[in-house]
Write a protein that binds this ligand. Structure first.
Ligand code: CUA
Length: 263
């Protein structure tokens, strides 16, 4: 009995070692976040873990207080009731303790908030527009000989056109391509109604608002495919306008850009 469970643990560990891949899509029975690919997403996950500590401590304390109160409210358990109605000392404690906890939480929370807002002299600026119901991307840093910029639409691949290994409702025909380890500014807006450009592994969820430009920064630390979905109810096909970000090495990005400009 013990032998088989030890074997199972070793087996799982070996599978993990040799079969390891980052999770940049949602998985069955997933409980936590997708794996982070940007420093911002790492920060978000760390803050989540920090907050979980306080949540656990507070939940245990409050549950204990409630159960104790319920137990002693019963006549058979506690025949003579307490006649305590108020006390300055206890009131000072239960007012200051929560505010101190909030202050402690505020420090890492604000530093993360300002880090997310920071735009560090971006090398590339990409504009994405939400449409009913697809995304379009503009790379206006580059011009070809006819003075044209890179501009393309990104539609979901419908279920009947999926190939083996494709992810249902997540694949697109034209991916947004960016280089790895580069500061990128993404400008987000919409052409018709509210949309939201969100990619969990990159730690970005930014509203796309008609007539307004929002910006977010990206610094992706590893190559890969990152999947996201529109995250603002935008109409009948809201669930069918996914986002795919392909992160490649810089030479491959330059190749992609020159190819696009040559089109
Ligand atoms: Cu676009 Cu929801």
């Amino acid at each position: 009995m013990i032998n088989t469970s030890i074997l199972f643990i070793i087996y799982t560990f070996i599978i993990f070692l040799f079969n390891f891949s980052f999770s940049d899509i949602s998985e069955n029975w997933q409980l936590s976040f997708q794996d982070p690919a940007t420093p911002i997403m790492e920060g978000i996950i760390n803050l989540h873990h920090d907050l979980m500590f306080f949540i656990c401590a507070i939940s245990i304390f409050v549950s204990w207080m409630l159960l104790r109160t319920i137990w002693y409210f019963n006549e058979t358990n506690n025949f003579i009731a307490s006649n305590l109605t108020h006390g300055t000392f206890i009131e000072i404690i239960w007012t200051t303790t929560p505010s101190l906890i909030l202050l402690i939480i505020a420090i890492p929370s604000f530093s993360l908030l300002y880090a997310m807002d920071e735009i560090i002299s971006p090398s590339i600026t990409i504009k994405t527009l939400g449409h009913q119901w697809y995304w379009s991307y503009e790379y206006s840093d580059y011009l070809n000989t006819e003075n044209e910029t890179i501009n393309f639409d990104s539609y979901m691949i419908p279920e009947e056109d999926l190939e083996l290994g494709h992810l249902r409702l997540l694949e697109v025909d034209n991916r947004m391509v960016i280089p790895v380890n580069t500061h990128i500014r993404i400008i987000i807006s919409a052409a018709d109604v509210l949309h939201s450009w969100a990619v969990p592994s990159l730690g970005v969820k930014c509203d796309a608002i008609p007539g307004r430009l929002n910006q977010a920064s990206l610094f992706v630390k590893r190559e890969g495919l990152y999947y996201g979905q529109c995250s603002e109810i935008c109409g009948i096909n809201h669930g069918f306008m996914p986002i795919v970000v392909e992160v490649v090495k810089l030479p491959n990005y330059i190749f992609w850009v020159s190819n696009k400009l040559g089109e």
